[in-house]
Design a protein around this ligand. Structure first.
Ligand code: NAD
Length: 295
């Protein structure tokens, strides 16, 4: 049993924190939106009054926030959490953020004498609920080993990508692939339907043919094809268009910094930007099919 502080209880953070409670840990939670804490508090966590209150006495601090600016402002600065976390505690940031932000916060943690890893996740809200997330970790070997048993309470596959920030680089590359793949799945389905095919039949065919991918197997974007996918509930919940847009922006930044060539990633980023500009930023990213389909 560990004393764990969990900051950021959104679509991903809440079910992750719930799994830590279920595993018998003493969990304190904090989110700027107090209602977001309710399901975890009902399960037995302590609802803290502030992030500083949540981390008081914690042996492990976990954060799951939207983007780089939220993570930097949470941890850094005179009022930042790094100044308040107990000596010897382990800090794990599971948010998807820029690799340079992850390195900056990890270095500041080290300067304060705290060990930290970046541990972004893959697997979506379904994986967070089921405790089967993939964690992609950046940090020193020994710190990775320290984080592993905690991450194992929330996930199934735990990878060590390299030094601080490496988890973020791997995660960004994965999500660029995902964004491209989902737009491609939407395009293939729209093409089939426009030419008279049943989307469920076409999905079944592609799932067992060379075009198969995660979108067809687990996250079909076409409504009515897959009961468990966000498409079945009006694209509510899941992984937001604006979060995908953020990740494709991180990929573009990383590509500019390294002169990597990412034409499909850039095209996908523009498609999600257009979709977001049309008022769909909060919907699940598989709603990109609505930008592409006819009528
Ligand atoms: P979300 O927007 O649902 O949740 C973020 C939560 O953080 C919100 O409840 C917000 O109120 C809270 N928050 C923001 N700033 C805070 C602060 N300073 N203190 C306390 N709480 C604060 O986002 P999400 O879908 O849970 O995603 C979180 C991260 O995980 C993102 O970086 C995202 O890219 C990544 N991610 C999401 C998914 C997914 O399927 N949703 C999958 C993999 C990775």
């Amino acid at each position: 049993m560990k004393k764990i502080a969990f900051i950021g209880l959104g679509n991903m953070g809440a079910p992750m924190a719930l799994n830590l409670v279920k595993a018998g840990n003493e969990v304190a939670v904090f989110d700027l939106v107090s209602a977001a804490m309710d399901p975890v508090v009902e399960a037995g966590a302590r609802g803290a009054l502030s992030a500083a209150d949540a981390v008081a006495g914690a042996q492990v601090v976990i954060s799951m926030l939207p983007a780089s600016q939220h993570v930097e402002s949470l941890y850094l600065g005179d009022d930042g959490l790094l100044a308040r976390i107990a000596d010897g505690a382990l800090v794990i940031d599971c948010s998807t953020i820029a690799p340079q932000s992850a390195r900056k916060v990890a270095q500041a943690a080290l300067a304060r004498g705290l060990e930290m890893v970046d541990a972004p996740v893959s697997g979506g809200t379904g994986g967070a609920i089921a405790g089967t997330l993939t964690f992609i970790v950046g940090g020193e070997d020994a710190v990775f080993e320290r984080a592993r048993p905690i991450l194992a309470l929330m996930g199934k596959n735990i990878f060590h990508a390299g030094a601080a920030g490496a988890g973020q680089v791997a995660k960004i590359a994965n999500n660029m692939m995902l964004g491209i793949q989902m737009a491609g799945a939407a395009e293939a389905l729209a093409l089939g339907v426009a030419n008279g095919l049943d989307p469920a039949v076409l999905s079944d065919i592609i799932s067992k043919s060379s075009g198969r991918n995660w979108a067809f197997e687990l996250y079909n974007p076409w409504p009515g094809v897959m009961e468990s996918a966000p498409a079945a509930r009006g694209y509510a919940g899941g992984f937001g268009v604006d979060l995908m847009l953020k990740d494709l922006g991180l990929a573009a930044e990383a590509a500019m910094g390294s002169r990597a060539v990412v034409p499909l990633g850039e095209l996908a980023r523009n498609l999600y930007a257009l979709h977001s500009a049309q008022g769909n930023g909060k919907l699940d990213f598989s709603s990109i099919v609505n930008l592409i389909r006819k009528g």
